[in-house]
Write a protein that binds this ligand. Structure first.
Ligand code: SF4
Length: 740
């Protein structure tokens, strides 16, 4: 006899596998083996006969009530009262959630973790897992993993669905083992007395290359044993039935031949099991089931069901984070809302890091704004093991209730992967909305619903849809600032520039969407007759398109006010819309005066300085306009052309004459050494040949306003006045004199 053997008994629910398992366990124990039977069906009635009708606490109930730290093996491991000879049978039920909530598969995993941690299985000669075979998720496949089952018994009758489940189990085993590894012992045929039943089972067994280990006859003996809450092995008589289980027990004792899993295709299965005559009648139900199961989960996610689609397939873009992360990071900008992450603590922590950590923000720099409060109203339901198994809706409803008590502007619930996987009905919390406080559910289940940017967009669009009052009357002289985004360092200063220019024309900001807005401001967003983009990212452009198509919004077409020319045109366009040209004229005059004074100052320091420019392939006229006015001398313009499109850094052809594509960084270094520039303006910095040059980088998102370039150039003057590399040597000598 092998020292230790673990057997998984799989079969469709209701096929009799628990009866088979219990009798096999009893028969093996009667042969002197110490046997542990573990019921892995949420119904938790696998060991009922072995326990003579006593219902034992399930692992999951104990883990939920006592917690994983406090639960001990004695809480769940009960000894069978069968007392014939020296029988030792341990009984455990994994348990599971109520039907329709939580995740039973996750329950199996939790139960197995507990058994493993407490080394319970190792104390037995034989372990029998009684597993529901028509549930095909990963949790129910745990017992079939090689670390558990040494062999698998398939229990089936000749019913089509029972054989279908058996075939599905073979598919699962094949996924684990491939076509070489042998782990299937064979079929236990539990007869139902159907027409052609023997034929069906035999044809199936032959087609999948498995033996029929025993045929258990349909017999009144089983109901009789059931009525007495006993196994057949304990009844007097019933020899014909007992012998079947003794055969199985002998196999457990001696070991058995094993076979690879060779499942059939659905078509083969139908043809072989049903034959032509009865195929049509039984086929329909199964085909419907398969169609439903095999649907690509991405085909209609809750996001697409909500009418939100991605214009850019996530597969083609870098992954900045998950959709939950993006949606939550966006929702916290509603400063008077409470955002609830429905998920485990870790998801909320990770997102809080993204929201609040400047370091992380630089990594996730696209589209992230730092909320005005470093500790935004962001909380989490902290789904734990228990909710993952039993469902998290009670927890979520409690969290929403608590949030509503605080009287926020809105309660926004954002779901994580876990909430999605266990099937929590997120949308149902929207029914908890009160007249004053809307509850908004954003189904952003991790990567299931896209990546970070899609989550961000989903949140933006859903908040607009839910909060906006479509019948609000239009106000005069106000605008919305839309799509503030990008690197957050100049977000507030850029907003301040726009606000100052607008205010000089008598125009107010109605709503910043979504850069720190109150719920009421979003509700009134359609009151503003004009919308102004605050950044030129693709996401801001998509938001613009969404607001135009969904709400018929009007947007300013003029590009962002970066540099003097663009700012002047921006002011004029807004003035034309609001009919305030006179104010605009005065404003431009003032701006021009300040700008020209600044240019004169810059010219006195920078005129004739040699600039070595390397840049990416994008228009930088906002910088070049000022640079040429100041009299800077561009001795080299190199362009990194990652997109392999025509080189464009200026709309003025004469400025492009010197532009060359950069193909080789070492050539750039060599040119710097040869040309000896005063200013190296570049994304690339070098420690060679630039001892006497100052180096600066172009910002990805420039400052807005007439001074965009001028302020950068002012910095160059400061840098030039700072000691150069060699001069630091004297400081070093000073340091050594006193400290070494
Ligand atoms: S991918 Fe899923 S599990 Fe990971 S942080 Fe996002 S929501 Fe949480």
């Amino acid at each position: 006899m092998n020292d230790h053997l673990e057997i998984a008994v799989y079969g469709k629910g209701g096929i009799g596998k628990s009866t088979v398992s219990a009798n096999m366990t009893a028969a093996a124990a009667m042969k002197g083996m110490k046997v542990l039977q573990i019921g892995c069906d949420p119904k938790h009635d696998s060991t009922r006969l072995l326990m003579h009708g006593e219902s034992i606490p399930t692992v999951l109930d104990v883990l939920r009530d006592k917690g994983t730290e406090n639960a001990v093996p004695e809480d769940v491991l009960k000894m069978s009262p069968i007392r014939e000879g020296n029988i030792r049978i341990g009984c455990i039920e994994a348990g599971g959630p109520k039907p329709g909530v939580g995740c039973a598969g996750r329950g199996i995993i939790s139960a197995f973790e507990f058994l493993g941690k407490n080394h319970i299985r190792e104390q037995y000669d034989r372990v029998i897992y009684d597993v529901l075979g028509d549930v095909v998720c990963g949790g129910f496949a745990v017992p079939v993993r090689r670390e558990y089952a040494d062999a698998v018994f398939l229990v089936t009758s000749g019913e089509f669905m029972a054989l279908y489940a058996a075939n599905n189990i073979l598919r699962g085993i094949r996924n684990f083992d491939g076509d070489k590894y042998k782990r299937v012992a064979g079929i236990i045929y539990n007869e139902r007395k159907l027409e052609d039943e023997d034929g069906r089972v035999e044809r199936f067994a032959k087609a999948v290359g498995l033996p029929i280990l025993v045929k258990i006859p349909r017999s009144e003996v089983f109901s009789k044993a059931e009525q007495q809450n006993k196994t057949v092995m304990e009844l007097d008589g019933a020899e014909e039935e007992k012998v079947k289980f003794q055969i199985l027990a002998k196999m457990l004792e001696d070991g058995m031949e094993l076979y690879p899993a060779n499942p059939l295709s659905d078509e083969e299965h139908e043809r072989i099991v049903l034959g032509k005559a009865d195929a049509a009648a039984e086929k329909q139900g199964i085909v419907e089931d398969v169609t439903e199961e095999s649907k690509d989960p991405g085909e209609e996610t809750s996001a697409s069901a909500a009418g939100i689609t991605s214009n850019t397939p996530s597969a083609r873009r870098p992954l900045y984070g998950c959709a939950f992360n993006g949606a939550a990071s966006q929702a916290v900008h509603l400063t008077d809302a409470i955002v609830i992450a429905h998920g485990p603590k870790a998801c909320a922590f990770y997102t809080m890091q993204t929201i609040s950590s400047p370091g992380k923000r630089n990594i996730f720099n696209r589209g992230v704004l730092l909320p005005s409060s470093i500790s935004p109203n962001f909380t989490s339901t902290d789904i734990s093991h228990a909710e993952a198994v039993f469902g998290g809706m009670d927890l979520l409803r409690d969290a929403v209730m608590q949030a509503l008590d605080q009287k926020p502007g809105a309660v926004i619930v954002v779901s994580t992967c876990v909430a999605g996987i266990i099937g929590d009905d997120l949308k149902s919390v929207e029914d908890m909305s009160t007249e004053e406080i809307p509850v908004i559910a954003i189904p952003a289940d991790g990567d299931m619903n896209g990546d970070y940017m899609e989550g961000l967009r989903m949140a933006t669009n859903m908040l607009l849809d839910r909060l906006t009052d479509r019948n609000i009357p239009k106000k005069t002289n106000c605008v919305n600032i839309i799509g503030e985004a990008g690197i957050a360092t100049n977000k507030d200063s850029n907003f301040a520039v726009m606000e100052r220019l607008l205010s000089a024309m008598g125009i107010e900001v109605n709503c910043r969407f979504l850069g720190d807005a109150k719920v009421e401001e979003v509700r009134q967003i359609l009151a503003a007759p004009l919308n102004i983009l605050a950044s030129d990212t693709s996401d801001a452009q998509m938001l613009k398109q969404y607001m135009i198509s969904e709400f018929g919004c009007t947007f300013l077409e003029e590009p962002l006010p970066i540099g003097f020319e663009a700012t002047k045109n921006w002011i004029l366009a807004i003035a034309a819309f609001f009919r305030c040209e006179e104010k605009a004229k005065d404003l431009i005059q003032n701006e021009q005066k300040d700008y020209q004074e600044k240019v004169a100052y810059l010219k006195s320091h920078l005129e004739g300085k040699k600039v070595f420019l390397t840049t990416i392939n994008s228009n930088i006229d906002w910088l070049l306009d000022t640079a040429y006015e100041v009299g800077l001398n561009f001795i080299h313009i190199g362009v990194y052309n990652y997109l392999r499109t025509p080189l464009v850094i200026s709309k003025h052809p004469e400025r492009m004459e010197n532009a060359v594509e950069i193909l080789d960084a070492s050539r750039t270094r060599q040119l710097i050494r040869e040309k000896k520039p005063d200013i190296i303006l570049s994304a690339y910095t070098s420690d060679e040949g630039d001892d006497h040059a100052i180096t600066d980088a172009l910002p990805m998102i420039p400052d807005l306003g007439v001074m965009s370039a001028a302020e950068i150039m002012e910095r160059w003057i400061r840098l030039m006045n700072t000691k150069r590399k060699g001069e630091w040597e004297s400081d070093r000598k000073l340091f050594e004199k006193y400290f070494q």
